[in-house]
Ligand binder design. Structure first.
Ligand code: XIL
Length: 314
């Protein structure tokens, strides 16, 4: 088969994956797939606040720079991930007890610094990640708790000032189908658009369980697109209870194909990003006990049936 990235490009979408710098330089099979099959990369952890500024005022851009350089060398786009989140923040920030004025300044400076550093090199930023609880209320976070909901529009505005060409996204999970949480995100995006906030896109993480791709995925992507924003599948994986069997891998192939077809059917769906290159790299077994085998490539970096399904869908 031709590389996935060539098939995707021919359809006017990108196909991406999440990467770690150490593996790009230290694992030849990983690097060959990352550079050869995908035309968009998302740093899996390297651009998170806790990674870039573990100590206040002392920055470590090494891994993020490495991934951006790898992407440029391989003619790939980069999705910046992520600027404002409740998780993977440095402890100086989480435990700092900052009041509203100071916290707002810290957030503004973080966004200006990070977006400014990569200005012109990032296709799209996940400016805001995982804003909502399952019931559609705002998740508690330092941002919401101290600054109130205005941090959302403010963060977008600051990111836009630092890189006017970057597409600015809000990203979340369990919002892929129609439902309470996705309604909350929809209402937020609608109100941001009405206010004139610089919101360009919505990212649907798509961490799915085998056989449970929502039947309303395409309709949901379309309703967001109809608000006048781009949409993308940003962190696709399909986990199963291990061990994998032939039947489970066949269902997984169907699921991956369903997602790619849904994106292609929505004009404003820009691309699909997988979350981790191979089953050896996946975050799933660490977080979902008893589950694994969630990616396109197996533990030995060999294509699974899902790769064929993606090829066919593209
Ligand atoms: C995960 C990474 O894959 C892990 O390596 C890390 O330990 C925790 O974060 N939603 C997101 C991603 O937006 O940033 C998360 O990535 C997976 C869930």
């Amino acid at each position: 088969d031709p590389p996935l990235r060539d098939l995707a490009a021919a359809k006017g979408v990108y196909i991406g994956n999440a990467v770690a710098g150490g593996k790009l330089s230290g694992n030849a099979q990983y690097a060959a797939l990352a550079g050869g099959q995908f035309n968009s990369l998302t740093p899996e952890n390297a651009m998170k606040w806790g990674s870039v500024e573990a100590t206040r005022g002392s920055f470590n851009w090494a891994e993020a720079d490495q991934i951006v350089a790898f992407a440029q060398a391989h003619n790939q786009q980069v999705r910046g991930h992520t600027l404002v989140w409740h998780s993977q923040n440095p402890s100086w920030l989480t435990n700092g007890g900052f009041g509203a004025t100071e916290l707002r300044g810290i957030l503004q400076q973080h966004i200006a610094t990070e977006v400014g550093r990569y200005q012109g090199k990032i296709y799209a930023w996940d400016v805001l990640n995982e804003l909502f609880n399952e019931d559609g209320t705002f998740r508690s976070s330092p941002w919401y708790g101290t600054l109130g909901a205005g941090f959302v529009a403010d963060s977008l505005t600051w990111a836009h000032q630092a890189d006017p060409a970057a597409k600015l996204y809000i990203n979340d999970y369990n919002v892929e189908g129609l439902g309470t949480k996705s309604d909350a995100l929809y209402n937020l995006v609608r109100s941001l658009k009405a206010q004139g906030a610089p919101i360009d896109g919505v990212g649907f993480q798509a961490h799915f369980v085998l056989g449970q791709v929502p039947s309303t995925l395409q309709a949901n992507l379309q309703r967001f697109a109809d608000l006048g924003v781009d949409v993308a599948v940003t962190e696709l994986d399909v986990r199963m209870q291990t061990p994998a069997t032939e039947a489970k891998l066949a269902q997984q192939a169907t699921d991956y194909g369903t997602v790619v077809k849904a994106c292609l059917a929505v004009a404003r769906c820009k691309g699909v990003t997988g979350w981790d290159i191979s089953d050896a790299d996946s975050w799933v077994p660490d977080v979902f006990s008893g589950y694994g085998a969630a990616t396109l490539y197996d533990q030995n970096y060999q294509p699974k049936p899902a790769v064929r399904a993606v090829v066919t869908a593209l």
